[in-house]
Design a binder for this molecule. Structure first.
Ligand code: ADP
Length: 280
């Protein structure tokens, strides 16, 4: 038995029936599940399962910046850390962050930073730690979708959500939401994120070959897919607030009326006077 795990790629990615290897239609997304508020130790957090991708995002801050010379007196800074666990891919990944992880950390930051009101937090830092538990193509898109939810959960004011998805081209056909195999063996990969408050592109990367017509069609498919993913993000956020509201229902506030307060002050004054009399 060989001790090496072979990283083989399938020859054909679209079957005779026109379906992809995982049974999807060309413009079909993988199943997506998101949950907000999953890490009690963080100020904000979220989790996403997107096909074979499993990703946690934890937000800390706003808090003091270290080293201090990174601090900006006019605004807060954002730091993002994209990390793949050693067991997230079929062959053990080296634990030290490589160039790819540093690059993806940077593009996530560049996509998200413009929608945050960081000017409200001078001399502070907001940090987003993103851990890939399982990776299967399109992790940067899953990370952007989950990181913005974790930031919203942390209460960081923002202009709006950001959503990302990758389009691609395999066996000469345009597809949406590339899996790991499609990403590796396909002819093109086009990750794209949209910032919804101004409908602007927040991220656009391209790897491979497509003609202009294909590129235009891919962008249309991306926008259609992003609308669907945004709805899932909104539902996950709303569910978090419904959960918080239900939880708070158990804590009935004690109603103190103005009369109560006056009575309380009177009785306290009375007590103080009596106590004072005794010590004299
Ligand atoms: P993205 O995950 O955003 O599509 P890439 O295109 O760089 O980013 O990676 C595509 C896929 O390749 C990843 O989702 C993951 O499944 C796989 N991959 C990335 N890095 C490694 C690695 N070091 N070892 C094995 N597989 C990897």
């Amino acid at each position: 038995m060989s001790l090496l795990i072979k990283d083989e790629s399938p020859e054909k990615l679209i079957g005779e029936d026109g379906k992809r290897l995982d049974g999807r239609d060309l413009n079909e997304l993988r199943p997506i599940m998101m949950e907000v508020g999953v890490i009690p130790n963080a100020d904000g957090s979220a989790y996403i399962e997107w096909g074979g991708n499993k990703v946690y995002a934890a937000v800390y801050g706003p808090r003091e910046v270290h080293p201090r010379h990174d601090a900006r007196p006019d605004r807060g800074i954002l730091r993002t850390f994209y990390r793949m666990t050693t067991f997230s891919v079929s062959e053990r990944k080296r634990p030290a962050p490589g160039r790819r992880e540093k690059e993806i950390s940077m593009i996530i930051k560049m996509a998200i930073e413009p929608v945050l009101f960081l000017e409200l937090y001078p001399d502070s830092v907001v940090e987003v730690f993103i851990e890939i538990i399982s990776a299967d193509g399109g992790t940067r898109c899953a990370c952007i979708a989950v990181a913005i939810l974790a930031l919203a959960d942390a209460g960081i004011p923002m202009k709006g959500l950001i959503t990302a998805v990758a389009a691609g081209k395999v066996d000469g056909k345009l597809i949406i939401d590339c899996s790991g195999d499609e990403d590796k063996s396909g002819e093109a990969d086009l990750p794209c994120a949209i910032s919804w408050y101004n409908n602007q592109i927040a991220l656009l990367q391209f790897d491979g070959i497509m003609n202009l017509e294909e590129f235009d069609k891919s962008i249309d498919q991306i926008i259609e897919a992003l609308e669907k993913i945004r709805k899932l993000q909104e539902e996950a956020l709303k569910k978090r607030y419904i959960d918080v509201r239900d939880h708070l229902k158990n804590y009935k506030p004690k109603v103190v009326t103005t009369n109560n307060i006056e009575e309380k002050i009177d009785s306290n004054n009375q007590k103080n006077q009596n106590g004072g009399d005794q010590t004299e």
